[in-house]
Design a binder for this molecule. Structure first.
Ligand code: CTP
Ligand code: MG
Length: 399
């Protein structure tokens, strides 16, 4: 028997509701967010777990075939592990229809609302791990942040409910299979979640940390929020590369890495020939997708005629910061016989770090006598810059 044919975990994805509060033309689970249906997104999260689980989709009876198409699309080769069944009039009946198809091998059963389409795979994994560790049911929940009032029939406030004792629960909810089967067999009343039935049957159910992304798409407002979340621009870090080469000009003063090097042969160039500063400038612009030094600081612009490297680096920093980034760090390698960097490396690093507002590290190497740098004709520099999204950095530290 393979691992997938004898899964230890079954996940029932309930998608048989009509979505009256959303008011879309199709049942809610078949409404797209960012071009992918809620059911497709939920399935994607389920299949993203490291655990190979049996997956049961409960769909409206007229949409069983559509659900199969979505399953084949999302699951590909793993679609064989996905079962699709028709649901019932209520969520409870739909869960029951799914429960009926859980394989004997399953010891833990998760029930998930397809409407919580942005739930990360990690939450499914956390719920399974907690059921395994505790041996009883767990549901993800979030603390309630609003002040909650109990009101009477006239909407007059009766009291403030102690919100520290409240949890807004989500799905996936996970249970030892026996607990869930027993609770559904004994259920006499309709409940909006599984924990209510399992608790009513006398079994323990605990709340574990939920995830804000597991919010339920119920109203058109929720759908818009989901659309915005999936369309959010990628906030991963960006790297950029820059190189610069200048030939020696024995009559010029040497300016390199923002420093003046008395007694060393200078570098030829339109500006001060500071190849380190120019490579850093290109790396910063490259990481932000802002082109290169030639295009940004035109050689005929008098502001940059004979300008020191600092001017270019500080201007590049300003441009990338305006584009919504901040510099993470910059790494530079200088290739050439002279000047010898060792003695002034820390001085150069401190100065350049101040220019870019982030750590700059410098290493130096020679080419064993080969090429123009080996022959002592000039210096080549390679710089790599890492940029972080400013907004992304703020929201990450907030969460
Ligand atoms: N559900 C179900 N079968 C039902 C009712 C609901 O499988 N008869 C599922 C829904 O598809 C949804 C989850 O249960 O994924 C949570 O229900 P809810 O958000 O209330 O969805 P709907 O019932 O479809 O929406 P509404 O109540 O607005 O009609
Ligand atoms: Mg409903």
């Amino acid at each position: 028997m393979t691992e997938t044919s004898e899964p230890r975990v079954a996940v029932i994805v309930v998608a048989a509701g009509s979505g009256t509060r959303l008011g879309a033309a199709t049942p809610k689970a078949f409404v797209p967010v960012g071009g992918v249906t809620l059911l497709g997104r939920s399935l994607h999260s389920v299949l993203g777990m490291s655990e190979h689980a049996q997956v049961i989709i409960v769909a409206p009876s007229e949409f069983v075939d559509d659900a199969r198409v979505i399953a084949a699309d999302v699951a590909g080769a793993a679609a064989a592990a996905v079962t699709v069944v028709a649901g019932g009039e209520t969520r409870q009946q739909s869960v029951l229809a799914g429960l009926d198809r859980v394989q004997d091998s399953a010891q833990v059963v998760l029930v998930h609302d397809a409407a919580r389409a942005l739930t990360p795979s990690a939450l499914f994994e956390r719920v399974i791990a907690e059921v395994d560790a505790r041996g009883h049911g767990v549901v993800p929940g979030l603390p309630v942040s609003d002040t909650v009032k109990r009101v009477d029939a006239r909407d007059d406030i009766v009291e403030t409910v102690d919100r520290s004792a409240l949890s807004a629960v989500q799905t996936p909810q996970g249970y030892p299979k026996g607990d869930l089967v027993e609770a559904y067999a004994r259920a006499r009343e309709e409940a909006t979640d599984d924990a209510a039935l399992v608790s009513a049957s006398g079994r323990r159910v605990s709340v574990v940390a939920g995830d804000p992304m597991a919010f339920k798409i119920t109203t058109p407002w929720d759908l818009r929020r989901a659309e915005e979340l999936v369309s959010r621009p990628d906030d991963s870090p960006r790297i950029g590369v820059g190189t610069d080469t200048h030939g020696f000009d024995p009559v010029a003063e040497l300016w390199l890495a923002g420093l003046h090097w008395p007694g060393e042969a200078g570098l030829a160039g339109h500006s001060d020939g500071d190849a380190v500063s120019h490579a850093i400038t290109d790396a910063l612009l490259s990481a932000a997708g802002l082109g290169d030094i030639g295009g940004t600081f035109g050689t005929d612009d008098p502001r940059f005629q004979g300008a020191h490297g600092e001017v270019f680096v500080r201007e590049a920093r300003r441009l990338v910061e305006n584009a919504g980034f901040r510099v993470g760090n910059v790494a530079v390698q200088v290739i050439g016989n002279r000047p010898r960097f060792a003695a002034r490396r820390h001085e150069a690093e401190a100065l350049l770090s101040e220019f870019v507002g982030a750590p700059v590290s410098i290493s130096a190497t020679t080419t064993d006598g080969l090429g123009f740098t080996g022959r002592g004709e000039g210096v080549a520099v390679i710089a790599t810059a890492l940029l972080l999204h400013n907004a992304g950095a703020v929201s990450r530290s907030d969460t």
